[in-house]
Ligand binder design. Sequence first.
Ligand code: F6P
Length: 301
Amino acid sequence: APGMNAAVRAVVRCAVSQGVECIGIRRGWNGLITGDIVKLDEKSVSHTINRGGTILYTARSKEFMTEEGQKKAVSTCKFLGLDGIVAIGGDGTFRGATDLTNHGIPSIGIPGTIDNDITATEQTIGFDTALNTALGLFDALRDTAESHARCIVTEVMGNKCGFLSLYLALATGAISVAIPEVQFDREYAIKKIRQAREEYGKRGIIAICSEGLPKVNGKNYGDDFKDQIIRETGIDTRFTNLGHTIRGGNPTLRDRLTASQMGVEAVNHLLENKSNLVMCVHENRITSCDINYALTLDHRY
Ligand code: F6P
C-alpha cells in the first residue's frame, strides 16, 4: 500500500539513531523463511518517503501459515540474531506477527492496506492515498459520462470492506453505492437513476459497487447491475473496474505522516520491551493495542 516505504524509512531512521542495526526482510514472510534480506542503513531509505509500492517487495505466504514454515522463519530470526520485528501489512501480516511473538520473537504490527479494514485503527496506511487516486479517476470518468450522457457503474477494491467505496461515493456524488456490509436495494437505485435522467435531465451518472460483493449471473456484481440499468431504464451504461490502479502511486501527506509516526513509535515500543502490539490511530493520535484484540474486531459498516 502507498505509504509503506515511509513506514520502513521511519523504522530504519529511528532504530539507527538509537544504535540499533536494521535489516529489511524482502517479500513478506516468504523472505523470512528463505532468508531474503537486505541490510538497511540511513542512506538506503533515502528518497523513499515519496514512493508508492514497497522497496522491500511483498508476497502472500501460504508456507508461513504452516507450523513448518514458522519454524523455518524462527530459525532465520535466530541465525540473524533478530531482537524484534516490525511487520507492515493487513490482518494476515498481524497473524504472522503474533505467531512469531509466540515463538519468542517480539513483533509489532503497522497497519498498511488500502482497504482500511483493520478495526483497531481509524486509518490504515494507504487508505488516504487510494481514496485520492480514485477520486482523480472518478473525475475523469465523469467527463465521459457527462459528454456521452452515460451511466458508469464502477467497481472499487476493498476486499470485504466497503470503506473505500462508501467514502468515494460521498466524495464523487455517486447516485448509489453497493457495499458488502449493507443490503443493496437495487430497485430503489434503478428508480433514482431513472428519475435523475427523466425528471432532472442528468446526463452523467456514476454508480459504485464494491469489489467484495458476490458475483451475480457469473458476472461481477457491478457488471450485472449495469445490465439491469440498461434493461430497465434504457440508459447507455458502461461497467468499469478501477482495479489495482488505486493501490499504487505516491503516498499523500496524510499517509506519509501516519506511516512516519507509526514507524517511530513501533521502534520505541520494541526498545521498551513491548511486543505483540499493533500501531493505531485513535482520535488523531498514535496509540497501540494488542494484536490479538485487533484481530478479533470487525471493522465494517
Ligand atoms: O488488500 C488489498 C487488496 O488490494 C484488496 O483491496 C483486494 O481485494 C486484494 O488486495 C487484491 O489482491 P491481489 O492483488 O492479490 O489480487
